[in-house]
Design a protein around this ligand. Structure first.
Ligand code: SAM
Length: 228
């Protein structure tokens, strides 16, 4: 992809999510119709990522959500772990504005607009945990790959990267080249992600797709290790 079309793509991506944030963010984030549904869906995703009673969420240190949206997940993590400093980044300033309003009472949350392709805001080895849900599945492969590398850069050695993508046995790993549709789902297979992350990470676990053609919540947990 040329530099110009990459720039245009990023601009459209940001504008697309700004528009969704201003129209009906609950629907565009989690297909929730009401605030109650949005809250419930956030609790369910937090539990999906970190287990019952958020058992796998560290008590202290620093964590980062890539593509935090309106703070749907962070809103459940912040009160449960007041000593954990939680950062959320998002390409959309409008999403960050919504998240700031939603999470204003939580002093342990810091929300920042990012460039939509890197974690340049943060120095190397900053975080104990990086996580992401319902974001990486939409990204063109160049940005997806960059975020995997960036997660490796900003994690401390031993830190965890927990993320959701989607799996489809027939379509994994193909970039669909649909630059104007940021809701497009891109699918990622086991071998592809292993290959992309093997330099910086060891695999702790991933969803086993055995026997299933499609998996929506295809979850990975990777541990940052010293690079080979
Ligand atoms: C479906 S919402 C999910 C929000 C949040 N993760 C959640 O589960 O509630 C997708 C979010 O990803 C953000 N996003 C899209 N592309 C991004 C990118 N390249 N970098 C960072 N955030 C991005 C959007 O602005 C939007 O807030």
């Amino acid at each position: 992809m040329g530099i110009l079309s990459a720039l245009v793509g990023r601009h459209r991506n940001r504008r697309y999510w700004d528009v969704q944030a201003r129209s009906d963010h609950r629907w565009h984030i989690s297909h929730s119709r009401t605030e109650e549904e949005f809250e419930r869906s956030g609790a369910a995703t937090a539990e999906l990522l970190f287990g019952a009673a958020l058992a796998a969420l560290p008590a202290t240190g620093c964590a980062l959500e890539i593509g935090c949206g309106a703070g749907r997940i962070l809103g459940h993590l912040a009160p449960a772990r007041p000593q954990l400093r939680l950062f959320g980044v998002d390409v959309s300033a409008e999403m960050i504005r919504l998240a700031q309003a939603r999470l204003r009472e939580h002093a342990n949350v810091i929300l920042l607009r990012s460039d939509g392709r890197s974690l340049d805001l943060f120095p190397d080895a900053t975080f104990d945990l990086v996580y992401s849900a319902l974001v990486l599945q939409h990204l063109p492969s160049a940005i997806f790959r960059r975020y995997l590398a960036e997660a490796g850069r900003v994690l401390k050695l031993g830190g965890l990267f927990r993320f959701q993508v989607q799996y489809d046995a027939r379509r994994n790993g193909r970039d669909l080249h649909l630059p104007n549709n940021f809701r497009t789902i891109r699918y990622h297979g086991v071998e592809e992600i292993r290959e992309l992350t093997s330099r910086d990470f060891e695999v702790v676990e991933h969803t086993d797709p055995a026997g299933q053609r499609q998996v929506h919540d295809f979850l990975w947990t990777l541990r940052r290790r010293a690079s080979a």
